[in-house]
Write a protein that binds this ligand. Structure first.
Ligand code: DC
Length: 465
């Protein structure tokens, strides 16, 4: 994963340059100004003064912002509506600047921004990216140009969009906005201490892009910590290679135990076969959900995921069993109280996912008869966790073959395609969302089992012939 932070005043060319770089590197471009513009748009639509902290703060509960990527370009939805260019007017620039000085607005948008960067390699532009949102970014650039040059670019842009503006107005408003953005108390627009300040006055877009790409290459040279034994690099949505390998989040102890036991214990003692390995995500922060028929399911899941440690949610009673308790704790399991008080388990789960770690759980909370998972009810915990953490869900199905001797049964772990969080279409204001999302997850789990059973049957039939 790579994080590139581009800060700077309006009109410096941040978005055009960042888009070009994102396309070249095959990473995601995040325009954070669009989020503030969206809040500004809503505030304007409600006729509230954008400087009125309490008035704006009171509106935040009504605002649902979603960022989606369609054909590689960012779209921001306000309560389900794609605002498109409606947020790109000079008036919206002023509204965005005014609301961006309000702490509750910044807090409101913080998670959305961090979350995108946790899940993707990004080039993110804004005012506080290098200082607040991505303080550990691999590359930080503060892009600027003279006020006149920036105003001329912005003026040309607006005229090209058919808006009626004068250069003088654009320059005056730009200066006002720069002053407000850089002098506000919270997250003022300024270069991070470790940012490279780049002034592109008089440079063309192509020259700026080329110069900044050189800068990024210089800064990231030697960062690629892959070696020839690594698996091939994953391709992302746009088909480009990711720039860097994902750092490991699993504990050293886990890795040692995994290395020592996974081969022998998994393959020969538990006789596990993994189907759908290609579906194991390259980046962490996902929730594994599976069906549950046996006490050894936890081992099966851990065995199946090679790239990340899957920390399992387990019933609290297990944490009272001598020897087993310290062992499962060391392996990252954490307790859940199935009788109802599971607040702390949910908190732990969300925190793990937000840190980019992976966790696993059995949404039914209890074992089901091997014949049919659908006979046991399913609880809403997985949906609750996935929506709180905005995590993708990886469905898995565990199936055991019949054998006269239980010990010799073969176990299959079928890993399904990850269900992206966005695809749930989660609406926090709608009723019954957790049950709806739970059904999506559980249906996927069951479908994996059904599809796999059919394939096995077909294979058997083909053998008989
Ligand atoms: O980049 P832009 O012109 O679309 O941003 C609009 C306003 O949003 C800008 O005047 C200040 C605010 N903003 C911010 O405070 N922090 C960011 N990360 C991005 C934008």
């Amino acid at each position: 994963m790579i994080q590139i932070a581009i800060d700077g005043p309006g009109g410096a060319g941040k978005s055009t340059i960042s888009k070009a770089i994102a396309a070249k590197l095959g990473i995601v471009y995040v325009d954070t100004g669009a989020l503030y513009r969206t809040v500004g748009y809503y505030v304007r639509s409600k006729d509230v003064d954008p400087h009125d902290r309490d008035g704006v703060g009171a509106l935040l509960d009504e605002i649902g912002i979603e960022v989606k990527y369609v054909d590689g370009s960012q779209r921001v939805f306000l309560n389900g509506e794609d605002l498109g260019d409606k947020i790109r007017t000079p008036e919206m620039s002023m509204y965005a600047s005014a609301v961006s000085a309000i702490p509750s607005v910044r807090a409101f948008l913080l998670e959305t921004q961090k979350d995108i960067a946790r899940k993707n390699s990004v080039i993110m532009d804004g005012r506080d990216i290098g200082t607040v949102i991505l303080p550990n970014a691999d590359v930080k650039i503060y892009l600027t140009a003279s006020a006149e040059c920036r105003a001329k670019r912005r003026y040309d842009e607006l005229i090209a969009k058919g808006q009626t503006v004068t250069y003088e107005d654009v320059l005056r408003e730009m200066n006002e906005r720069d002053e407000a953005d850089s002098s506000r108390e919270i997250a003022p627009a300024q270069a991070a201490q470790d940012a490279v300040v780049f002034d592109n006055t008089g440079m063309s877009l192509e020259e700026s892009v080329a110069a900044i790409i050189r800068l990024i290459e210089e800064k990231t040279a030697g960062d690629d910590d892959s070696d020839e034994n690594d698996p091939p690099k994953e391709e992302n949505a746009s088909g480009k290679k990711k720039a860097k390998k994902e750092p490991r989040t699993d504990s050293r102890l886990y890795r040692v135990i995994y290395a020592l036991f996974s081969g022998i214990v998994g393959r020969f003692l538990f006789r596990i076969r993994v189907v759908g390995r290609q579906n194991e995500p390259a980046t962490g922060g996902y929730l594994v959900c599976g069906n549950h028929t046996s006490a050894t399911d936890a081992v099966v899941i851990c065995y199946g995921f090679r790239k990340h440690q899957v920390r399992l949610m387990a019933k609290k009673e297990l944490f009272k069993i001598p020897v087993l308790a310290p062992l499962i704790r060391m392996l990252g399991a954490f307790p859940v109280d199935r009788s109802g008080n599971n607040v702390s388990a949910i908190k732990t789960a969300v925190k793990l996912l937000e840190e980019g770690k992976c966790m696993g759980m059995f949404p039914q909370g209890t074992r089901h008869p091997a014949t049919d998972p659908r006979t046991t009810p399913v609880k809403n915990g997985a949906a609750l966790i996935a929506t709180r953490a905005h995590a993708d869900v990886v469905p898995v199905f565990i199936m055991r073959k019949n054998h006269t001797f239980k010990l010799f049964r073969r176990t299959y772990l079928v890993i399904g395609e990850p269900i992206p969080f966005e695809s749930f279409g989660y609406d926090p204001d709608a009723n019954g969302e957790y049950a709806r999302i739970t059904n999506i997850i559980f249906d996927r789990i069951c479908a994996l089992g059904e599809e796999f059973a059919k394939e096995q049957e077909a294979k058997k039939a083909a053998k008989k012939k």
